[in-house]
Design a binder for this molecule. Sequence first.
Ligand code: GLV
Length: 342
Amino acid sequence: MAEPRPRVWVSQPLFDDIVARLEAHFDVDAASAITEYAPAEIARRLAEVDGALVTLNERIDAGAVAGAPRLRAVANVAVGHNNLDLDALSAAGVLATNTPDVLTDTTADLGFALLMAAARRLGESERWLRDGRWGQWSFSTMLGADIHGSTLGILGMGRIGRGIARRGAHGFGMRVVYHNRSRLPDDVEADLGATWLDFDGLLTEADHLVLVLPYSEQTHHIVDAAALARMKPTATLVNVARGGIVDEQALAEALSSGRLAAAGLDVFEGEPAVRPELLALDNVVLTPHIGSASLATRRAMVSLAVDNLIAALGAGPHADDPPSPINADAVVKTRKATDRKR
Ligand code: GLV
């Protein structure tokens, strides 16, 4: 008898024409409507499949994979993967993949857009105009901070951070300073026009600070009240990374007291909920996690996730060699240990 085809679950509606590529290899159960899953529902879905294509909204943890003996791969349609418990996946021999590179420039664009919108008060200006208040115009209406020629601070100098550095240094003549666990090689720093500073130096020197570092226990609330107090009162803070990096209550207080001039936030600790204190403020620009949301990039992300899943399940031209695995080494170890026990 022919082997049954592997089964895969696609947790949300994505681009049908791209997801359809999975059907050449697998039996596909794809969500046809946007769905919010309870943890037990995720576990129930994973229990029945060999692979899954999921978004940031689905948390895949030890409980989710505990009853999923067939599960071998989870392809995340995002570069960040704090929705995946990698230790649990690795221990269960499940390969996780993500979608780096394809979204770098689109997300760097959005970071820059938020920086400009916040520093130049675009959201506030537009609301003011729509409110019919232009008749109250004066020479000091909506004065903001310059971008060109100022000091751009970047916390986290991975691919997206470098994209933002390039825009700032080469497009806007900014002095770029950054902080990262490891310093970039001299030639990369020179190419980006970027200078490494310690965290405190970054906070105190930046006219505008963009957060682009991954979320982890170590980076939780790294920008807290004390960090905000070190920043210039004229500064702008932009977060296109993950909400939990910033203490949002402290940020709301700093923005409301004038301790900090402006902020642009694309990510929130409790998203899709946004703190009422932030919603009430005029000097913060708020967007609903749209960093990678251009049509071309979102399609490229789904395409890469589909390639990852096909390969991770041993099919297609790159069988067993997916383009962007996250926990490959740990999974190999688990699988070897499991084989030895057999
Ligand atoms: C978006 O936030 C991503 O991690 O891709």
